[in-house]
Design a binder for this molecule. Structure first.
Ligand code: ATP
Ligand code: LTN
Length: 328
């Protein structure tokens, strides 16, 4: 059967949160049977900002474990760690040599992240989107399911592929980003003007997938709202809009039904009910995570088979690329 290929990546830059789940991982699971899938813990992207070695090692395992616990299975999906497949590091260099600097200057994520770091900014952070392009192009991925913040990076990948193909022949598949219509940008609880993010310093801003029920209740209770009363989907009121959107995504309800259900109820009730919905939605995932990480070998074996499978496919592509360029 000629299934299309899906590739997506996730950083090991901290604990996974509801934004990662609703904007990305949950959709990866929902579509895995329809495609050939590669899901990658992108540790080489993670080191574009300084990481503590022991923490990085632990985060890589936590992220990989959560991907498996969320339901990605070996029958449909190859789950692996980026640094274990050397072809990523080799292709990024090659792509660096066909990517104009000007294209990278326009990347909004670089502008945001480098503002925070000032003179600490690494060449790696600047080059981050080219490494992302290498990830995607190595597997001939047609589709890249991501949150809304990654749209620009996938478009850049397409541009790089096109430029390469123009110079050396039809080597790369041009990928499309797949962004969920709702949930592509889950906002912070404390600051609903900014997206929920792993590397945000304020822990109260995010619901982490491994938070305890009490942590979840307390974070949602303290979420920023407004001085109004009506519980309706109104984008002008980002706090309430975000809480309702999370509720909608986890219950699968329609917006009008949800508004009717909460009519005349207080923000306090909304928060209490949302907290219980989040707790119950995460319970099976947490249970599975603790079961599978109880057996250290289990995860190692999945990742090692994943790296082997991904490596074989990536090497084949790299051979095609180097041949076309006269490096072989
Ligand atoms: P960092 O804060 O370190 O940049 P991150 O939380 O943005 O990390 P990534 O590993 O960069 O997470 O992203 C993994 C996937 O989750 C990507 O597809 C990304 O678009 C998606 N994602 C991240 N944050 C959100 C969010 N708040 N809402 C929806 N999707 C998100
Ligand atoms: N930049 C992405 C992570 C990422 C990725 C990829 C996503 C690295 N390589 C390839 C899709 C395809 C992010 O989520 N911040």
């Amino acid at each position: 059967m000629n299934k299309k290929t899906v590739f997506s990546g996730i950083q090991a830059s901290g604990h996974l949160h509801l934004g990662n789940y609703l904007g990305a991982i949950r959709n990866w699971k929902a579509m895995q049977e329809e495609y050939n899938n590669y899901f990658c813990v992108v540790d080489l992207h993670t080191i574009t900002v300084p990481q503590h070695p022991a923490e990085l090692r632990a985060n890589i395992r936590e992220v990989a474990g959560l991907l498996i616990a969320a339901g990605l299975d070996e029958e449909h999906s190859v789950v692996f760690v980026q640094s274990k497949v050397r072809a990523h590091s080799e292709l990024v260099w090659i792509l660096n040599c066909v990517t104009p600097m000007g294209w990278l200057h326009r990347m909004t994520q670089f502008k945001e992240k480098s503002e925070k770091q000032k003179e600490e900014v690494s060449v790696g952070l600047y080059d981050y989107p080219v490494l992302q392009a290498a990830d995607i192009l190595l597997y001939d991925a047609h589709l890249v399911p991501v949150g809304a913040d990654q749209k620009q990076h996938v478009e850049l990948c397409r541009d790089i592929a096109q430029r390469f193909n123009h110079r050396y022949g039809e080597i790369f598949v041009l990928p499309d980003a797949l962004i969920p219509p709702v949930g592509g940008r889950v906002m912070g609880l404390i600051n609903p003007e900014k997206k929920m993010s792993k590397s945000e310093e304020k822990q109260e801003d995010s619901v982490f997938l491994l938070d305890t029920p009490d942590q979840i209740r307390s974070k949602i209770k303290r979420a920023t709202t407004d001085s109004r009363k009506e519980i309706v989907f109104d984008e002008e009121r980002p706090g309430i809009y975000n809480l309702l959107t999370i509720y909608q995504l986890l219950t699968g309800g329609k917006r009008e039904q949800i508004e009717t259900y909460f009519e005349g109820k207080s923000y306090k009730t909304l928060k209490e009910e949302l907290a219980e919905v989040v707790i119950e939605s995460l319970r099976p995932l947490q249970q599975k995570y603790f079961d599978l990480t109880g057996d250290n070998n289990f995860l190692d074996q999945i990742l090692s088979r994943g790296a082997e499978q991904a490596g074989a496919r990536a090497e084949k592509k790299l051979r095609q690329v180097t041949e076309a360029m006269g490096l072989r």
